[in-house]
Design a protein around this ligand. Structure first.
Ligand SMILES: *Cc1c(COP(=O)(O)O)cnc(C)c1O
Length: 386
């Protein structure tokens, strides 16, 4: 297996996609095949993906953002409706709600898991609330049973933003079966399995899956593959306003190779995360990831938190690490602080503390033990803390 391992610089990055020779070969095959978008490779990738997570239907799209957008449309969510979601998430979570004309209503998180706190949900529900958009943040599953209980008591749909959660487990089962009506995955290079850009929606509802397949392709009544294979001249119809959210066959071909590597990816990430946990446990000022006993983390990101810190101190630590060629990232953003979402009245103390004091450490498949030791050593000898 030949692997492209040209480092972008000498800096230890926060993340780096792992793309090997097999991905290259798979793309070349597609390019030479004559069918390069939403064709046989996409269908195959969908099938493999649904088999992997254990759901009935997987629908490939162009990103997780477009997956979330279609999921909300398929649930009939639109103008005037409210959807509960965390503010501590990538802005795409809330943007997808805004795209359909609905309003995101932000719930606070649990400071240990960085996921929606089920106890805070009930008070956010109004007659306009239609759904909860649950995020499995940085790959750690949210407490779904409690959330599903609140949702069913108030007749709300539950959609999972599983952008980061491929390979993660909840009560011993992979995320994506799904636990709500739909789960949406991302294949952006910052996630564990990448196709450059790309997304997948999983569901067990055949009618919803069909609707998603039409919507991703301008609501065309017949797929290109069906038209291509038809023995008679076929005429399609367009019964509603749809979108172009297609995945290309080059992306799907990469995705299939990556799916084959996923077991190795997960194993390496969990190994490195355990090493961080062990190597950091003697540092009193930080909180390492807290994983509830019914969850298995995939460590899409490894986020620590300053227990007695501020954003200023956190940023000083980041600067000192950068001067030692170690790249880190601030915690997950708080969406309610960004301009399009600033107007609401929110009481989100845990979210604000998490976004101000969280710090994402380097973790990627190719990271060596000695690179990680270097990061650990740097964290133990920080002068800003001395
Ligand atoms: C990355 C991410 C998205 C967006 O995924 P894209 O594939 O880049 O559109 C959405 N939600 C969460 C929680 C994410 O981390």
């Amino acid at each position: 297996m030949s692997v492209i391992s040209t480092p972008i610089s000498n800096i230890i990055p926060v993340a780096r996609p792992y793309i090997g020779g097999e991905e290259e070969t798979a793309v070349v095959e597609v390019l030479r095949s004559g069918w390069i978008t939403q064709g046989p490779r996409v269908a195959e990738f969908e099938k493999k993906f649904s088999q992997y997570v254990g759901c009935s239907h997987a629908v490939a799209v162009s990103s997780c953002t477009t997956a979330l957008h279609l999921a909300l449309i398929a649930h009939g969510i639109g103008p005037g409706d409210e959807v509960i979601c965390p503010s501590l998430s990538f802005i795409a979570t809330a943007n997808s709600i805004a795209y359909v004309g609905a309003t995101p209503v932000f719930g606070d998180i649990d400071l240990e898991t960085f996921n929606l706190d089920p106890d805070g949900i009930a008070k956010l529900i109004t007659p306009r609330t239609k759904a909860i958009l649950v995020v499995h943040q940085i790959g750690l599953p949210a407490q779904m049973h409690a959330l599903l209980e609140v949702a069913s008591a108030h007749n709300l749909a539950v959609i999972e933003d599983a952008a980061c959660a491929i390979g993660s487990e909840y009560n011993g089962e992979l995320i994506g079966r799904p636990l709500g009506t739909m789960a949406c995955f991302s294949f952006h290079p910052r996630k564990i399995l990448t196709t450059g850009e790309g997304g997948m929606i999983t569901t067990n509802d055949g009618d919803l899956a069909e609707r998603l397949r039409r919507l991703r392709q301008h609501a065309m009544s017949m797929s290109d593959v069906a038209r291509h294979n038809s023995k008679k001249v076929a005429a399609e119809t367009y019964d509603e306003v749809g979108f172009n959210f297609r995945m290309t066959d080059m992306q799907a071909a990469i995705g299939m190779v990556q799916l084959g590597r996923l077991g190795d990816f997960l194993e390496r990430r969990r190994y490195l995360a355990e090493r961080y946990n062990e190597g950091l446990k003697d540092i009193a000022w930080l909180q390492t990831p807290v994983v509830p006993s019914n969850c298995r983390h995939n460590y899409q990101s490894y986020m620590i938190r300053l227990l007695d810190g501020s954003a200023v101190k956190r940023d000083a630590i980041m600067q000192e690490l950068l001067e030692k060629s170690i790249s880190t990232r601030r915690a997950i953003m708080a969406i309610h602080r960004e301009r399009p979402y600033q107007d609401g009245q929110y009481d989100l103390p845990q979210t604000e503390l998490a976004t101000d004091t969280g710090l994402i450490l380097p973790l990627f498949h190719q990271m060596t033990d000695s690179e990680q030791d270097y990061v650990l050593e740097a964290l133990h000898s920080l002068s800003v803390w001395g």
